[in-house]
Ligand binder design. Structure first.
Ligand SMILES: [Zn+2]
Length: 178
């Protein structure tokens, strides 16, 4: 799995948990379809701030975000974003750049995929971000001296793992589709 590090001042529009969730969900959806980070073991760095990111070759305006696939890193100029959907879009767009290079018409393909994949990405991210601290508490229980932790000679299976019968349906209907 890929560690996501958010560096810089997190804009008030969004939490760091949501940023990590959106970036990791994008990596997950891309990876599911065979498009991977160049060096997943080194993680991804998201740098947010008020910074000039140079001129955009296509629009000739200033860049809102710039990604370096080889480095697993992207930067976002937060001054460009007044609302959360816009910021969400740039996070997905730049993360897709980290996962694939479509050469020739890279920007058209990446922005199109940003639109098409957004619904799936947000659904996964929503779950990740919503229950961050509930799950973090479970992990805390696994530490030495905490409730889940057993000595090696007292190790055993917890049959509770079979109790919840939840499973995937494989065909969950998306909003807006028939
Ligand atoms: Zn781009």
């Amino acid at each position: 799995m890929t560690e996501i590090t958010v560096i810089g001042n997190c804009p008030k529009l969004i939490t760091k948990e949501e940023i990590r969730a959106i970036v990791l969900s994008t990596i997950t959806v891309m990876g599911y379809h065979g498009y991977y980070l160049k060096r997943p073991q080194e993680g991804v760095k998201v740098i947010l701030g008020k910074m000039n990111l140079g001129k955009n070759k296509i629009t000739e305006g200033n860049n809102a975000g710039v990604a370096w696939r080889g480095l697993g890193l992207f930067k976002v100029d937060i001054r460009k974003f007044r609302n959360k959907p816009g910021l969400t879009t740039i996070l997905i767009h730049e993360t897709i750049h980290l996962c694939a290079n479509f050469s020739g018409s890279d920007e058209f393909i990446v922005s199109t995929l940003t639109d098409r994949l957004k619904e799936s990405i947000i659904e996964i991210a929503e779950e990740l971000a919503s229950n961050t601290y509930k799950r973090a508490a479970y992990f805390a229980h696994s530490k030495k001296g905490m409730t889940y932790h057993r000595s090696e000679k007292n190790d055993c299976y917890n049959d509770e793992q079979w109790q919840n019968k939840k499973t995937t349906s494989g065909n969950k209907k998306q909003k807006g589709t028939k």
